[in-house]
Design a protein around this ligand. Structure first.
Ligand SMILES: C[S@@+](CC[C@H](N)C(=O)[O-])C[C@H]1O[C@@H](n2cnc3c(N)ncnc32)[C@H](O)[C@@H]1O
Length: 213
């Protein structure tokens, strides 16, 4: 699976912003606002994609802080490297290429772990493993920030787009690699306590924006 994922993201890395960023960037920015990263903090971003959040996170932590990113795709690493250099924050940033899980970091390493539009790419069996790894590398009291396509909840208006994603992911997982997930429940099942949560509508698809400790 990993070679397929890597090749897929390598292939789309140079056009990813055209394909996805128009819809996703607002939700991602709301996620960063909710996380409220402070000067001096150490941050890990999983699945940095084309690096928009890496730049913003580096600007938030400033010279006393540090941001580490890990992504499976060397193509995405190239895009992000260019963006980070252009923004002049390269000294605050480490860009790793690798497949997770596991996370190649020590226990209690980060104040913040952030993931946007990435948790929903993992299989239902792997998501708890990914969240357990996030918990392991967070310092006590550290914050987890997740922005993810979410399942429609009771009381929410049904979304045809959400149902289409589920159907496509079930029948054509090689074409649609992500699926809406029960974000809040999965985070709580992994032992986190949610400190803020909101919902965003991405062309009717619910997106969960969650911060947990
Ligand atoms: C849908 S993109 C989201 C990118 C970015 N976070 C954003 O919000 O624009 C998912 C990213 O996760 C990376 N990725 C997918 N599976 C991965 C894995 N198993 N380990 C590490 N990175 C992975 C992909 O290469 C891609 O850059």
């Amino acid at each position: 699976m990993s070679n397929v994922t890597q090749r897929f993201y390598d292939r789309i890395s140079s056009v990813y912003d055209l394909i996805a960023d128009g819809g996703e960037h607002q939700a991602r920015e709301r996620g960063l606002a909710a996380l409220a990263v402070r000067p001096g903090e150490s941050v890990l971003e999983i699945g940095y994609g084309t690096g928009h959040s890496m730049v913003q996170l580096a600007q938030s932590v400033g010279p006393g802080g540090h941001v580490t990113g890990i992504d499976i795709s060397p193509g995405m690493r190239k895009q992000t490297g260019g963006r980070v250099t252009k923004a002049g924050v390269e000294e605050l940033v480490d860009l790793l290429v690798g497949e997770i899980p596991p996370l190649p970091m020590e226990n209690d390493s980060f104040d913040v772990v952030s993931m946007s539009f990435t948790l929903e790419l993992f299989s239902r069996e792997t998501i708890p493993v990914v969240l357990a790894e996030c918990r392991r590398v967070l310092k006590p009291g550290g914050r987890l920030g997740i922005v993810s396509m979410a399942e429609v909840e009771d009381g929410e208006t049904e979304s045809i787009l959400e149902r289409s994603y589920v159907w496509m992911h079930t029948h054509f997982p090689h074409i649609v690699d992500c699926q809406p997930i029960a974000v809040e429940r999965l985070i709580e099942d992994a032992g986190f306590k949610i400190s803020s949560q909101e919902r965003y509508s991405l062309f009717t698809m619910p997106v969960a924006i969650v911060v947990a400790k």
